[in-house]
Design a protein around this ligand. Structure first.
Ligand code: PMP
Length: 404
């Protein structure tokens, strides 16, 4: 149906008026490697308590909203021009921000930024992976490492973490020896387990990769700001290890998931390499302006980290007291189990209006450290589910998708 609106034609067809026949993905000439693959998809359900995507539950203050809006308005005055392709000013701000964690003066030339750390990871795979090359990860870990490898035609090898989700120097060295990867992914604190890696393991990975004449070590530190006191960042290892890359994001501790800003610190040669694969002007002027404003208010934004860590530690304590197995967490979420039927627990919580995450392995669930009242609701609901009251049936209701 065409609708005449003033002088213009609104060509949006009504839903039942679409001029195409339904087409199955299999009918398209999709790359073989993508057949049967599920897109990344944490359910976005409208329930009262959402503790499934590890966001910071504290929205920006009114003052900061105002500042972010003004930054976007200012950027709009130059929207006819392409933005700074190299995002120099933003990278300088990020370098300054990283310096205390690194323990040395991080230089702008060592920092690169993109639309979320997912895009940074994708650029790394585009530059250092590709056909005939192997990326190795230690699962359970962040599922996008595998998916990004796959979509950049990089072979993926999944090694396993130990039963307690730890990773030893020996296991990492053996994996490097076995696969001689172009990219070795280490996630610390690890999603979904929350566990951080000792620096010795990361240093050993770098040394093993060097000895094998192999590729780059990527330490995904998306949750670094939530780590417990005394847990060091892999940034401190950068001066000794030119093949080490540390990725970070403003989506978590900075409470800026909606702005899509991720970044890395590495040897300047790595940043040069990424220029070969990044799209021109990949980071919009709005994104750069908003990110710089957020960094100028880092103290305020990161002010919520303490409160989130307190809820994280509370969840660990309370779930342990319930007799559950709980992985030690340096992140803003907690991994717990081991349930005979974790799906029934997930479903029971959802029935009580609490959405958490089932990303595997079987028996385990992940909950994000949200607001105190959200954690009150979660703990009360979990207590009821475990007691068998309000546990739901464990059956899907046919409307809500399963969480994997
Ligand atoms: N790394 C890890 C370990 C994550 O959990 C996430 C987000 N869930 C990301 C990277 C990507 O985050 P973003 O693209 O928002 O920076």
């Amino acid at each position: 149906m065409m609708v005449q609106t003033g002088g213009r034609v609104d060509a949006r067809p009504a839903r039942d008026d679409r001029p195409w026949r339904p087409l199955d993905l299999d009918e398209l000439p999709l790359r073989d490697v993508l057949r049967g693959v599920s897109p990344y998809g944490a359910p976005q359900l409208d329930v009262p308590v959402r503790l499934n995507t590890n966001e910071n539950p504290y929205p920006p203050s009114i003052g900061l909203v105002d500042a972010l809006g003004k930054a976007a308005t200012l950027a709009a005055t130059e929207a006819n021009r392409y933005p700074d392709r190299d995002a120099e000013a933003l990278r300088a701000d990020l370098a300054y921000y990283l310096t205390p964690d690194a323990g040395f003066g991080v230089h702008t030339a060592q920092v690169w930024a993109a639309n979320g750390s997912n895009e940074v990871l994708q650029q790394l795979c585009q530059a250092f992976g590709g056909p005939g090359r192997v990326a190795v990860g230690f699962e359970p870990s962040y599922s996008m490492h595998r998916l990004i490898a796959l979509t950049t035609a990089t072979d993926w090898v999944a090694e396993q973490r130990a039963a307690d989700f730890s990773l030893s120097v020996e296991a990492v060295a053996a994996a490097v020896e076995r696969h001689r990867p172009a990219l070795l992914f280490l996630c610390s604190p690890n999603n979904p387990t929350g566990t951080a890696l000792p620096l010795e393991v990361i240093a050993a990975a770098c040394e093993a990769m060097h000895a094998a004449g192999s590729g780059m070590v990527v330490v995904d530190e998306a949750y670094a700001e939530f780590r417990r006191d005394g847990v060091p960042s892999a940034l401190t290892l950068l001066p000794q290890h030119p093949r080490l890359i540390v990725t970070r994001t403003m989506s978590k501790a900075f409470a800026l998931a909606g702005a899509r800003v991720g970044y890395l610190a590495a040897h300047p040669a790595v940043v040069d390499a990424l220029q070969l694969v990044r799209l021109p002007y990949h980071l919009s002027g709005f994104t750069q302006a908003v990110a710089r404003t957020a960094l100028a208010h880092a103290d305020e934004l990161l002010g919520s980290v303490e409160a989130v860590r307190a809820q994280r530690d509370r969840i660990v304590r309370e779930l342990t007291a319930l007799g559950l197995q709980v992985a030690p967490s340096d992140a803003n979420f907690v991994f717990f189990g081991a349930f005979a039927d974790h799906r029934a627990v997930w479903r029971g919580l959802l029935d009580a209006g609490v959405l958490i995450r089932d990303v595997g392995p079987d028996g385990w669930l992940r909950v994000t450290a949200g607001l105190p009242r959200e954690i009150d609701t979660f703990l009360a609901a979990l207590g009821r589910v475990l007691a068998g009251a309000g546990a739901g049936t464990g059956q899907t209701d046919g409307q809500t998708p399963p969480d994997r």
